[in-house]
Design a protein around this ligand. Structure first.
Ligand SMILES: [Zn+2]
Length: 162
């Protein structure tokens, strides 16, 4: 499938809402949901690194590990990962390792980073060079529902101490 459908937009709105809920729960403004080609939701999570203190607890990693335990790699091979923002390079590498079919995300890192870091030269982990390694095996759709996808970051910035 090379075009996005209404179902894709529905899952994007679901993951944006989950990221907003994550902020309300005291977590960072990131969430992910993994959906098999037959429409079954394999896993759904948010960034838990604030809650656990583990910087690897990104929403994508949580989702991939949960789906792997519950379903196995074969079930994940045709799946789509929806994320409200561009995955970091760690998560992009994990996405390649798990062999997903598609990644669909909202805000590019350049849009979301200023909301979560006051340091303009803060660490940046772009995913594009990692995703490029997959070639045609992975379809990547950036910038989907871009304006709606800003909402979790606006919420997060509004809660941050000034
Ligand atoms: Zn990540």
């Amino acid at each position: 499938m090379s075009e996005l459908g209404d179902v894709d937009l529905d899952y994007m709105r679901r993951v944006i809402a989950r990221a907003c809920a994550a902020v309300e729960e005291g977590n960072r403004p990131f969430a992910a949901v993994l959906v098999a080609a037959d429409g079954v939701v394999l896993a759904e999570s948010c960034d838990m690194s604030n809650a656990t203190g583990d910087p690897l607890n990104h929403g994508e990693i949580n989702v991939l590990r949960t789906a792997h335990v519950n379903c196995g790699l074969d079930r994940m091979a045709d799946a789509t990962l929806y994320v409200n923002s561009e995955p970091c390079s760690m998560c992009a590498g994990a996405i390649l390792r798990y062999g997903l079919a598609r990644v669909i995300y909202g805000t590019p890192a350049a849009v979301s980073r200023p909301y979560i870091s006051k340091n303009p030269r803060g660490l940046s982990f772009p995913s594009a060079p990692i995703f490029a390694l997959a070639g045609q095996a992975l379809q990547v759709f950036p910038g989907v529902l871009l304006e709606e996808a800003r909402r979790p970051f606006e919420l997060y910035a509004g809660k941050a101490p000034s």
